[in-house]
Design a binder for this molecule. Structure first.
Ligand code: CP
Length: 334
């Protein structure tokens, strides 16, 4: 495997195969599989899980990592193609990425959305420009429009919980004081559709996922036998749900307009997941969130601390799923 940029680049069988390897590595550790291998991690944005799980994953497989957080001890990196570099950034990723790649066996990059131009963010232009200049295996640690590592870990979590393929997964928008990127909801709706689930995207008016995102998920559902719907009606969406996956994201009807976004979301503070959200759900409905999460803003304490919540095993699976990606990418003979 040379690139791990989008689950859509793989067949359903290839993803299932990766998850078999993840489970195998969990049961039969291979502490020398990546001996002498070095993964470079470039974080243009903050992280807890992605940073820690990749570092630990490499170590558990016998390899090592270097971590670059541009502007914090290293030069600030310019990502915009064609930029006139008369600002804070001293180095462009067109030099920085290939230089780092020359020191390492693989690179991972996190580069969030600008949140200004929806078309540019959906096209992942800045991330794509970095992938283009890297001649080593390359991993998406969360780009403007995708988070394949999260999606792979979430698929494994659903499998671990023995959630049937045709179960109903509701991906619900939840409140956050400011606009957050579309990467996780886009990755999750596609992953669940690709897994073969009946997916409902629940979101208030103004926060519909972009048509390209929905079309990609519907195409995956068509191939897997699943389905994808969307609604703003909480009662209809949550009825019979087997999984409620909560996520915050920005207004899409006025993308990049922070004032319009703030006005719209000001009336939506009730979109905080509380125990009552599960009244009409399946009795054993699970609660998922990729984390980090704002307690009692996006999700109530009672839900996060209650028996439905699987957010901690979900976060743990970032490690197990990514170890399979690293093994496939870097182990000799893989
Ligand atoms: N879910 C996730 O990617 O977490 P971090 O932002 O902490 O890496």
């Amino acid at each position: 495997m040379l690139r791990f940029l989008d689950l859509a680049h793989f067949t359903r069988e290839e993803v299932v195969d990766l998850l078999v390897l993840a489970r195998d590595l969990q049961q039969r550790p291979q502490p020398r599989a990546l001996e002498g291998r070095i993964l470079g991690l470039v974080f243009l944005n903050p992280s807890l899980r992605t940073l820690a799980s990749f570092q630990v994953g490499m170590r558990r497989l016998g390899g090592d990592t270097i971590v670059i957080t541009p502007g914090q001890g290293t030069w600030q990196l310019e990502t915009r193609p064609g930029a006139i570099m008369n600002g804070a950034a001293a180095e462009h990723v067109r030099e920085g990425i290939p230089v780092l790649a020359s020191y390492c066996d693989a690179l991972g990059v996190r580069a969030f959305a600008d949140g200004k131009d929806l078309a540019a963010d959906l096209a992942d232009i800045q991330f794509g420009a970095m992938a283009e200049v890297c001649d080593k295996p390359f991993i998406n640690l969360e780009s403007a429009s995708n988070h394949p590592c999260q999606a792979l870990a979430d698929w494994k979590t659903l499998d671990d919980l023995r959630v049937p393929m045709r179960a109903k997964l509701v991906l619900s928008w939840v409140y956050h004081p400011r606009a957050l990127p579309l990467a996780v909801p886009s990755a999750v709706v596609h992953m669940a559709a690709m897994r073969g689930m009946d997916v409902t995207v629940l979101r208030p008016e103004g926060f519909a996922l972009p048509p390209q995102v929905m079309q990609k998920a519907r195409a995956a559902a068509q191939r897997s036998g699943g389905s994808v719907e969307e609604t703003s009606d909480q009662e209809t969406a949550l009825r019979g749900a087997h999984v409620l996956y909560a996520k915050e994201w920005g207004c899409t009807s006025r993308y990049g307009d922070s004032e319009a976004d703030a006005l719209l979301r000001a009336g939506l503070v009730e979109w905080c997941v509380r125990p009552g959200w599960f009244d009409a759900a399946a009795p054993d409905c699970h609660f998922m969130h990729c984390l980090p999460v704002r307690r009692n803003v996006a999700v109530a304490d009672e839900v996060l601390d209650g028996p439905r919540s699987v957010v901690k095993p979900q976060a743990f699976n970032r490690l197990t799923a990514q170890m399979a990606v690293l093994h496939r990418m870097l182990a000799k003979g893989s």
